[in-house]
Ligand binder design. Structure first.
Ligand code: UDP
Ligand code: MG
Length: 317
């Protein structure tokens, strides 16, 4: 039977309430997988402390001093979950592994699915994506905005399955390819789905958060979605151009019709309401479109500066 070195990546931001039990549980899972002969003895857990202000880092250091399978790094400040994930992927690539699985610190994702991920990997998949069975644990707003986001992304050409999450396995090969992508903001969900490597899907159950609160709110989720869209696809810009053209055409036709009415039927259009409504609609649309273009300009700005994606403070390996 095939046996691999597995690295489990956990982004953590102020997770002192969950972390101890999560790490104990994941160590059990590692031991269980090792006993079943699916992973090597040098498999490990790699934590990325995303600038926590609580005792997250001291929990990680304590574990590390007692247990060589726990490794980790710490950011100088909070960079957000996507950067923490990216640092995790880059970190385990440097340390070395055959495959890496990313999972949340609150262990909302069913940790036993990792075994299925490994099985798929041994069957030849380079990427194994976790798909949530349902969104029962999410509130009304999150459930619906998430759905809207996946739909929008798919219209924009990213082939992300609905309810895909950052719970996934990637092979060493995928990590090697990732290294060649130099962009500052890498939208991981889109990226791994687009690579064209052999991908399979594993369904898993979502549990309620063990302790603490969700680190995401409406604003951070909107930011994530906007960064995802603008870093990934230029299709919104094309849609805007198309919209502008159609609006122009509409205006032109209405103009022609007005002239014909005046010349042949002596009807002149009246009503300031029409004017005001049209002004507001088209004015609003223009500002909206400018906003979208602004998002792209912002994205270009960030990429052009080429600042480091994140800055590490400390690393325990
Ligand atoms: N997280 C992070 N940086 C942040 C916010 C969140 O590393 O700025 C981590 C967090 O510690 C957790 C994962 O990302 O491991 C998912 O966060 P959370 O459980 O709060 O999100 P939700 O499950 O509510 O979507
Ligand atoms: Mg969570």
């Amino acid at each position: 039977m095939k046996k691999s070195t597995l690295a489990i990546i956990i982004p953590c931001y102020n997770e002192e309430l969950c972390l101890t039990s999560t790490l104990n549980r994941l160590l059990e899972v590692l031991t269980m997988l090792e006993q079943k002969g699916k992973i090597n003895h040098d498999s490990y857990i790699y934590l990325v402390d995303d600038g926590s202000t609580d005792s997250t880092w001291s929990i990680i250091s304590d574990f590390h001093s007692k247990e060589p399978r726990i490794k980790g790094t710490r950011f100088v400040r909070n960079y957000g979950n996507q950067k923490a994930l990216l640092a995790g992927l880059e970190g385990v690539k440097q340390i070395g592994c055959d495959c890496a699985v990313s999972i949340d610190a609150d262990l909302q994702q069913d940790e036993l699915a990792i075994e299925k991920f490994i099985d798929e990997f041994h069957n030849g998949a380079e990427i194994v994506s976790g798909i949530r069975n349902d969104r029962k644990t999410d509130g009304f707003i999150k459930k619906h905005t998430a759905f809207l986001f996946y739909k929008t992304m798919n219209i924009l050409g990213a082939k992300i399955p609905v309810n895909h999450s950052d719970y996934r396995l990637v092979s060493k090969k995928a990590l090697d390819i990732m290294e060649e992508f130099d962009e500052r903001y890498l939208f991981l969900r889109g990226f791994f789905n687009e690579l064209g490597l052999r991908t399979s899907y594993v369904k898993f159950d979502v549990k309620p958060r063990k302790a603490g609160n969700s680190k995401f709110n409406f604003i951070t989720l909107t930011k994530l979605a906007l960064d995802g869209i603008t870093s990934y696809s230029v299709r919104p810009l094309r849609l805007i151009a198309m919209l502008g053209f159609l609006m122009g055409l509409f205006g032109f036709l209405v103009g022609v019709e007005t002239v014909i009415e005046k010349i042949y039927f002596n009807n002149s259009p009246n009503g300031w309401a029409t004017t005001v409504i049209l002004l507001c609609i088209f004015g609003g649309l223009q500002i909206f479109c400018l906003g979208i273009i602004g998002e792209y300009v912002g994205q270009v700005f960030r990429e052009v500066k080429g600042r480091p994606r994140y800055i590490k403070d400390d690393e325990l390996i």
